[in-house]
Structure formats: C-alpha cells, structure tokens
Design a protein around this ligand. Structure first.
Ligand code: KE4
Length: 418
C-alpha cells in the first residue's frame, strides 16, 4: 500500500504539531506504522492522501452514526452558512437542539451547550461540587471523560485511596480529589462511600465503556451506583458523550432504565462539528451562571453551524428510529462467530475485538490483551481496506451507511488474519 504522502505529511506535521496530530490516538502509537492523513470521506468510506480507500469503523470516534457527509447534515450546514457562522448571542436553534435532546432524554430537565465532551464533563463536575458543597469525585479505571485535570488519575495504592495523576502536569491537589475504582466492582464502591460518602460530590462513569474498549456495566453495579449516590447525597453523572444517541436514541440511560442526576453529551449531537452538552436535574442545573453561582462559559457555545448539524442529526434519528435495529443487525452480523482467542464485546453499534480469551469486564481484564497481536491485526485490516481504531483499548463504531457488502468484506478481512 502506497503511503508516501501520509509519510511526507507526518514528517512535515511533526515539525509544528506535537506528533503531527491534534489528538494523540491518531498517531498510531498503539499499533505502530504511519498514521493515515485523510483527504476525504463519504458514507462509510475514508480516502487517505495517497488515494487508499477504507471502510471506516472509527466514524470520527462516534459522531458519524449516519455515515460521513449525510445529505441532511450537509444541507443544514449549508443553510446555516446563509445566516452567519457565530454571533456570541443566543439563537432559536440552540433552544431547538436542547428541546430535541430533552425529547429523547427525559432526564435532561435543563441543558447547557458547550464545545467538547471534555468541557461537558468538566462543567458537570463543577456544578455537582457547587450543588453539593463537596469536593470529591469517584471515577472508574479505564473510563475516559476527556482531558479534565481532576479526571486524569489512576487508582491509588488501596481501593479506597485517592487517585494519583496519570499524566504530567496535573497537580497532586487535583488528583487528591478523585477516587479511581475498578469498573463493575460493587464492594470497592461501597468501601469508598463508607469511608468518604459525606464528601463525595459525584460519581461519573461511562455507562457503556468505550475507552478501555467496549465494556458493559453489570446490573448490580448500576443498581449500586444509584442506591449509594442517593443514600449519600452524591450526584450520579452518566458520561454519554460516546453512548448518547449511539447505543439508543435515549442513550445508555434508556437502555438501562436509569435516570442520572446529570448527563454529558458530545459527538453525535454535533453531527461531526465541535460540540458538547451537559444537563439533568433542574434544581442542580439552576446553579449554573447566570442563574446560579457556578460559573461556566464559552465563546462558541451553541455555535450555529454545530447546532444546525446536530439538529439535523437528531431530527433524522427521531424520524427514523428503526435505524437502531438496522445498526444492531449489522453489528451483530459483523461480530458473529468471533475468531478463536478473541473476546468480542458489543453494545449496539459500538464494539471491540479484545485479543484475550479472558472475559473483559474491567480495565484489569482488558489489560490481559496481547496488544502487539492487536497491532498486527489492525495493519492486516488496513491492508485489506478496513480501518479499525488504531488502539486495542478503544471502541469501533458502525454507521447506518455501512452496507451488507461492507460487512461481508470486513468479516473476510477479519477472519483471514486468524
Ligand atoms: P472530547 O473532549 O474529545 O470531545 O470528548 C471527551 C470524551 C468524554 N467522554 C467520553 C466517554 C469520550 O469517549 C470522550 C472522547 N472520546 C475519545 C475516543 N476515545 C475521542 C478521541 C480522541 O481523544 O481523539
């Protein structure tokens, strides 16, 4: 496969952009080789700078539920361009997007739009602290909620000890406000609340994890999250940046029948343009400035282009809810009969091929994967025109634009590796 132009662009990019990329996972550090610089996309296809075409299972890491360049999304953006690109003032369509989100996710009594998933989770935790008057947060190992300082932590020495920074640049004081517990571990959660319950402002989780690879919560874990947060006056925050409008129109909270106190969104709600949102209980969200005393702001929050693209996505989804059954059937066909030595976890159209025979239920079991072999698998797929996430600990995404032929071709590429 010719990658001359991607190699040249990488060399040029690295002179001015760290790693030549604007987000680390794009650098292929987890799988080796030359990251592909993309030239264009359409439907379920990506085409790189050298003209190589791929069936895309990243979908911009989630936003492209309907495939790239969906006509209704493009038309909405083109229409928005006729009125301007940004006003720094409120517009009707921001209200329409909030109303569209609330129609799908009833727990969103109030919503604030921001510009990324990171802003959404950072803001949700600030509001939770402001509302409860408490400082501590519980997160779970293997869950990623954006590059929020206090959330870039890993588990401390003991289960109920505070986190330690998982990256340079995060002050110990920030890491000291966060517990990082094992996902799906009810006793660890109970111990943390027994020891610190009166000071825990919020528990935040990916209700279906994508960022350690795809991992589902157990029912007992979900029930414990609800009961312990309620019993101790902490807020339950569902980070639905990835799962929102992905695993169901109502997100993971609809799948599981849970009403979180706060939820965060991104990705699909912007149709591929920069966006995020956080929202939930009206009594909590009424603490957000300018109504309340928790400050949060953003120059481009509610941006007309991003909001228009998102509105087109959500309106299409509302009018075509059968697409979730189509996504389920396509993804089930793709993942059926996993190869020997591989564990496949899937929820709807998000899935991961874990290179381990161990059932993957948390980060410790995810780490039993043979990541080097995953790297060889990734490049085997790439050579066969299939673009999976360039990292073992990520979820892949199938879109409504993938055809039966795409699924068949991808299955052949997968099984020819083993
Ligand atoms: P952004 O700030 O990247 O828009 O969203 C952060 C975020 C928050 N919560 C969840 C559950 C997320 O998955 C993300 C971002 N997801 C990654 C995918 N692993 C984005 C890809 C990247 O970092 O380049």
């Amino acid at each position: 496969m010719n990658t001359t132009k991607s190699e040249a662009l990488l060399a040029r990019g690295q002179k001015i952009v760290p790693g030549g990329v604007n987000s680390p996972v794009r650098a292929f550090r987890g799988v080796g080789g030359t990251p592909r610089f993309m030239a264009r996309a359409n439907g379920a296809r990506l085409t790189d700078a050298d003209g190589n075409e791929y069936i895309d299972f990243i979908g911009s890491w989630g936003p492209m539920l309907l495939g790239h360049r969906h006509p209704e999304v493009l038309a909405a953006i083109e229409d928005a361009l006729t009125i301007g690109t940004s006003f720094g003032a409120p517009t009707e369509r921001e209200i329409e997007l909030a109303e569209e989100m609330q129609d799908a996710v009833p727990s969103l009594e109030m919503i604030r739009l921001v510009n990324s998933g990171t802003e959404a989770t950072m803001s949700a935790l600030r509001v939770a602290r402001g509302f409860t008057g408490r400082e501590l947060t519980v997160k779970f190992e293997g869950c990623y909620h954006g590059h929020v300082d206090s959330l870039l932590v890993k588990a401390g020495s003991g289960m109920a000890t505070l986190g330690i920074a998982d990256t340079a640049g995060v002050p110990k004081a920030f890491a000291d406000t966060t517990f990082a517990l094992p996902y799906n571990d009810v006793p660890a959660l109970e111990r943390a609340f027994a020891a610190h319950g009166a000071n825990i402002a919020a528990v935040i989780l990916e209700p279906v994890v994508g960022n350690m690879g795809c991992v589902s919560p157990s029912r007992s874990f979900l029930d414990a999250l609800v009961s312990l947060t309620k019993a101790h006056g902490a807020l339950l925050v569902f980070d639905e940046v990835m799962t929102g409008f992905r695993v169901a129109r109502g997100g993971a909270q609809a799948l599981f029948g849970i009403r979180p106190d706060l939820s965060t969104f991104g990705k699909v709600i912007g149709g591929g343009l920069p966006i995020g949102a956080y929202g939930g209980r009206a009594d909590v969200m009424s603490r957000v400035a300018p109504v309340g005393n928790v400050y949060q702001a953003g120059t481009l929050s509610g941006n007309p282009l991003a909001v228009s693209a998102g509105l087109a996505m959500l309106r299409h989804i509302r009018a075509n809810q059968g697409l979730y059954d189509e996504l389920e059937n396509k993804a089930a066909a793709l993942c059926a009969g996993p190869p020997k030595g591989v564990t496949v976890n899937r929820v709807g159209s998000m899935f991961t091929f874990f290179f381990t025979e161990t059932p993957v239920t948390d980060f410790e079991t995810a780490k039993t994967c043979d990541t080097a072999r995953f790297g060889r698998f990734f490049h085997h797929l790439l050579a066969n025109g299939v673009y999976f996430p360039p990292a073992q600990f990520e979820a892949a995404f199938l879109s409504n634009a993938h055809t039966a032929a795409d699924i068949e071709h991808t299955r052949k590429a997968i099984h020819s590796f083993f």
